[in-house]
Design a protein around this ligand. Sequence first.
Ligand SMILES: [Zn+2]
Length: 332
Amino acid sequence: MNVISSFSGGGLGERGVFRGTIGFANPALAGFAWPLFEARGEAEGPRLCVSAGVHVNEVSSIEAAIRLQSLFDPRRMRGTVSIIPLINQPALYRYTEYACPIDGKNINFTFPGRAAGTFSEALCDAIQHDWCAGAACYVDLHGGDLRERVAKFVLFQRTGDAGHLLNARGLAMCFDADLVVGLAESELAKPGRPPTGFAREGRLAVMSEAGANGIIDEESVAFHVEGVLRIARQLGIIEQAPSLYRRQRTVCDDYLWVTAPADGQFYAEVEPAERVRRGQRLGVMRNFFGETVGEIVAPETGIVLWRMTHPTLKQGAPALAIAIEETPRREA
Ligand SMILES: [Zn+2]
């Protein structure tokens, strides 16, 4: 990580506040600069890294990454909070959904990355092993691309390591979420989201999701901001954070994508955060003459995580997702 420009006068890594742009050493990432805010307290303490804009239209989370910067005062904190408000720089001003325009990959499913790989793979490697080196936790903020509405939820990675699981779950519970989803251990077998990529190395990352349709909404911004502040408090970086929880924080075991059974217009009959039963009709697909051409049915009993809001969907395209509530564990 090298400083390209400093707007704050101070150097990166010094006590106080740094605002500027940075680049990464990997030649695959040459020519790009990332905005970086870093607040470092007078007292030593852990490092917390926060990012948004892996998906550039998820604007409530990007807004949260901007507002968070004014909430960390180096005189009233221990350790370091480092924030990159927009990760997917190649997509900036292109409003690209999901993918990185350089290699077409979804950065969100590319962790832990690969130094010798494509742009997205090199970027994930730089985030995880350079910017987040030594970080106690990485929080990646998401939610509400141009054609979707998401419940307020948070993702952590389940692993066989009881200590890691407890810590990951505890950090995820810092968000006042409708749903707290623990990704299945099977995710660890392939490149994945930040919680997965970090867990593969025994490290901690969580992802928060809130927002809709590329529009900033204050409730979603507050959800992201307050969750990060509670994590900073949990890590011992700050003393105070909002303490009130209003949502259920239902812990879930799994995350199922439900696809459109036919080409057509999607008419949803459920909304994010609603409970659904296995076999319940969740929506219908109609053709351009208004005739029903397929029904979307719940594959399991669960809670709707997100749904597409733009009606036009191709057969096989994700229409919505359902989280499955955690099975109560029996006492031994
Ligand atoms: Zn996203």
